[in-house]
Design a protein around this ligand. Structure first.
Ligand code: ASN
Length: 337
């Protein structure tokens, strides 16, 4: 009988990378002061015995770090392992436990490069498992529920936080400390309640199986860096980043991705020297940067990031520049993904 139910359940692999969901504090009152990336994947799985009712779950520890320290090499390592598992006949879905600080970057990266329609769900928590009202257990339970659901196929990389199913492309950590940290300017795709998913929207942008990018063909990512716009800004950071080898600079601009008159000449010069200039916005509730609004992008040969925040623009620029160095192609990619 037990063997029969096991056969019917989906096979889900949990790839653990660290973060607060694997964090531990000194006491149950420590919801904000704790150490991330302490608990191993087997203990995480053992902490939620109800997972066994949703799927045949097994875990793999891919790395054990706080997500603010994730490197491009870590992204490639994780991406390649996800692709291998997705190709395996006995894997139906993949869950990635991850720190929340750069979760939106990893989720978007996987959304661009994984050539599979199998569910890939990235999940984290805002409180360590040792804290009162820890959110990691339910977030993980929801992630496994979504990853084992056939309805989740072909919807791109997903994120389950705070009972919501979000698109890995759109979602961003918008507040810290609070458990409702993850928001998208375009709203969640669905809800997951008591292990069941309820869907309301589909992503309009290209992803996974319809993406022109494939992790198997990517062996390294070019250096792309971000510089921040603010009052009284100088061009020092932009020049230093380029001097240090950046192939593209994401301008985390004010408002519409506007650029200070003290910075414009340096960016024009850097573009002439081959560095791609990509205008994004650091406004909190979702930027929307349009070509030739605020700056003459056609004349400057710059690219706009449209609704992608600076950190997501960095991910797309890196992936795109594994294939093209042409600014018009880059702009096409920024509209389509
Ligand atoms: N809530 C978290 O997961 C934060 C932690 N610094 C991390 O990203 O690993």
């Amino acid at each position: 009988k037990e063997a029969e139910t096991q056969q019917k359940l989906a096979n889900v692999v949990i790839l653990a990378t660290g973060g607060t969901i694997a964090g531990a504090g000194a006491s149950a009152a420590n919801s904000a002061t704790y150490q991330a990336a302490k608990v191993g994947v087997d203990k995480l799985i053992a902490g939620v015995p109800e997972l066994a009712e949703l799927a045949n779950v097994r875990g793999e520890q891919v790395m054990q770090i706080a997500s603010e320290s994730i490197s491009n090499d870590d992204l490639l390592k994780l991406g390649k392992r996800v692709a291998e598992l997705a190709e395996s006949k006995d894997v139906d879905g993949i869950v990635i436990t991850h720190g929340t600080d750069t979760l939106e970057e990893t989720a978007y990266f996987l959304n661009l490069v994984e050539k599979t329609d199998k569910p890939i769900v990235v999940v984290g928590s805002m409180r360590p498992g040792t804290a009162m009202s820890a959110d990691g257990m339910l977030n993980l339970y929801n992630a496994v529920a979504v990853a084992s659901d056939k309805q989740s196929r072909g919807k791109g990389v997903l994120v389950t936080m705070n009972d919501e199913i979000q698109s890995g492309r759109d979602v961003s950590k918008s507040v810290n400390i609070k458990t409702e940290a993850f928001k998208s300017a375009w709203g969640p795709m669905g809800m997951v309640v008591e292990g069941k998913s309820y869907w309301f929207r589909l992503p309009a942008k290209r992803h996974t199986v319809n993406s022109e990018f494939d992790i198997k063909q990517i062996s390294s990512l070019p250096q792309v860096d971000i510089a921040y716009g603010y009052g009284n800004v100088t061009d020092t950071a932009y020049k230093a980043l380029a001097q240090n080898g950046a192939k593209a600079l994401i301008h985390a601009g004010t408002g519409n991705g506007s650029v200070s008159s003290r910075v414009v000449p340096a960016l024009q010069e850097l573009r002439k020297n081959g560095v791609q200039i990509i205008r994004s916005s650091h406004v909190n509730q979702g930027g929307f940067v349009l070509r030739n609004a605020e700056q003459p992008d056609d004349k400057n040969d710059w690219v706009v990031a449209h609704d992608l925040n600076p950190q997501k623009a960095r991910i797309l620029a890196m992936v795109a520049m594994t294939k093209t160095q042409d600014s018009k192609e880059l702009q096409r990619i920024f509209w389509e993904y």
